[in-house]
Design a protein around this ligand. Structure first.
Ligand code: FPP
Length: 257
């Protein structure tokens, strides 16, 4: 069998961090506040984490803000979340732009109000040429939706005769899911105590290191993020190789063929 490419990734810092920001509702309930107060406090944590990732040189940060299943929540909560996206985009886009951040939204945006869709398009357009960190907000996003979308594109090519079914590869599918132009997430963080992926970036998380914390999202801060980075730096990512192979490859003396 052919050996894999020799460029073995040995990053002590994650290039791409993906976060499920869970626990806003419980944070509010613990304070006898409405759940929506937790989401507002969550925006403050988002700001801290974005700034810290920019400072640390993270290349991409993906935040799960609203899943395709979140429409099931009480209508009032959904509408506060939509207002929050809109007002946060309105307030923060200029600052992100000044910091050379490129903002992108992944997910099915067709369900959002025309006003929110326009704001998203405008924020993306303004920051599209920026060469700093990519900030990706997953909104009305689902991992299965993402894979299905990619499959639909490829199935259409097969139907049109421009692709043969036998030429479908993992690599080709990887190039059609969201964020195909970015490195796959190195580090996944979920706050709020649950230890599951909840239909987030199912394809892209195949080799991602997982970090779970019981801290509720509004309490997540720079110190905890540094803890997650330190934890990540201690892990050995093997991608199917043995530990010895990885050590040899990382030190540049390896020959795995
Ligand atoms: C999960 O907590 C959080 C959400 C569904 C919404 C996350 C949104 C934000 C942090 C604010 C907006 C973000 C941006 C990027 C503008 P939960 O409500 O499920 O908490 P619970 O598990 O305690 O009920």
């Amino acid at each position: 069998m052919e050996a894999e490419p020799r460029a073995f990734p040995d990053h002590r810092m994650p290039r791409h961090v993906a976060i499920i920001m869970d626990g806003n509702g419980r944070w509010a309930q613990q304070r006898y506040l409405p759940r929506t107060a937790g989401h507002r406090a969550g925006v403050t944590a988002v700001r801290k984490v974005v700034e810290h990732c920019v400072e640390k040189g993270v290349e991409a940060l993906t935040l799960f803000a609203f899943s395709s299943e979140n429409w099931r929540r009480p209508q009032e909560e959904v509408s506060v979340l939509m207002d929050l996206f809109l007002s946060t985009l309105g307030r923060e886009t200029e600052k992100l732009h000044e910091n050379r951040v490129r903002l992108r939204i992944i997910g099915d945006r067709s369900a959002f109000s025309p006003q929110l869709q326009e704001k998203i398009a405008a924020s993306e357009a303004l920051t599209a040429g920026n060469s700093g960190m990519s900030l990706i907000v997953a909104a009305n996003y689902g991992g299965r939706w993402d894979i299905l979308n990619a499959m639909r594109t490829l199935a259409a090519q097969i139907a049109a005769g421009s692709l043969r079914a036998e030429d479908l590869t993992e690599d080709l599918l990887s190039r059609h899911v969201s964020l195909a132009d970015l490195p796959e997430p190195d580090l996944f963080i979920r706050t709020g105590g649950d230890q599951r992926i909840s239909n987030f970036m199912l394809w892209q998380l195949a080799y991602t290191e997982l970090f779970f914390t019981a801290t509720l999202w509004p309490d997540f801060d720079e110190q905890l993020l540094d803890q997650a980075f330190a934890d990540f730096a201690r892990r050995q990512r093997r991608f199917g190789y043995t530990g010895e192979q990885v050590e040899a490859l990382s030190s540049g003396h390896g020959d795995i063929s």
